[in-house]
Design a protein around this ligand. Sequence first.
Ligand code: COA
Length: 223
Amino acid sequence: MIVMNDLNGQPSPGDCLARSVPADEPAVEIVWGMLKGLGPLWEGVPSGPGISGVLPPRREIEALYGAAAAEPPLNEDPRFAAIFADVYDVSVRNGQVLMTLTRTQPDGRLSSFAYGHHWKWEEQKYPWAFELQSRLGEASTELESTFALNLLARDPKQRDRGLGRRTLETWIGEVGRFGCWLQTDDIDSPARRLYERLGFTELGHGPEAPNGQPGLVMFRSPR
Ligand SMILES: CC(C)(COP(=O)(O)OP(=O)(O)OC[C@H]1O[C@@H](n2cnc3c(N)ncnc32)[C@H](O)[C@@H]1OP(=O)(O)O)[C@@H](O)C(=O)NCCC(=O)NCCS
C-alpha cells in the first residue's frame, strides 16, 4: 500500500456501527492520535498483556507489515516496511492518525492494524503528494477532505480468520461518512480483493508502488 506521509488532520467523530465480535476473536481497538500529533518525544507503548488503547511503536509496525508483505503475491523487500514504518512514526508525531488494531490474547502481541489520517491537499506539500496529484489529474479533487488509509496488515500466522477484514471494516466504520482512499500495488492481491469487497473502486494511478509499477489508487465514496 501506501500513502506516503502524514500531516495534521481534522478531528472526526466516528460513526457508531453495531459490530458483532465472535467470542473467541480479539476485539478491534480504535485509537485516535492527538490532533496536532504526539510530538517529537513519542515512542509508543510496546504491545503486551493488558495493553490497549495506545498506538504501538514504530518497530512493531515494521515487523508486522514486513512479515505480511513478504508473503506472495507482494513478496515485498523488507526495506519498504522500514520506509513505511518511518512514515508511520512521523505521522504519529506530527499529526492526528486513526488506527484500528487487534492484539492476540493473552500475550497482547500486535496481530493486525490499519491506520491513516485526514487528507486536505493544501496540507500535503511534499514530492510524493505532488506526484500523486499530477498523475491523478482531475480525479485528484475526489480526495479533498477524505481519509487516506496509509497501511494495512495482519500477522501471517493469523491468516484465514478475517482479522485484516475486521480491522479495516472498523477503520472504515470510523471514517465512512467521509470518502476514503488508498494506494496499492496494481496486481490481483488479497488486499485488493478486500478493498473491492468493502466498496473501494479504481480512481487512477499514482506514484510508483513497491513493485516498481504505478500504484493503483482506490477510492470509497462517503456513505
Ligand atoms: C490484506 C490482508 C490484511 C487481509 O487480511 P485478512 O482479511 O485477515 O485476510 P485472510 O485471508 O487472512 O482472512 C480473510 C478470510 O478469512 C476467512 N474467514 C475465516 N473466518 C472468518 C471470519 N470469522 N470472519 C471473516 N472471515 C473469515 C474468509 O474466507 C476470508 O476471506 P474472504 O473474505 O475472501 O472470504 C492480509 O492479506 C495482509 O496482511 N496482506 C499483506 C499486506 C498487504 O497486502 N497490505 C495491504 C497493502 S496495499
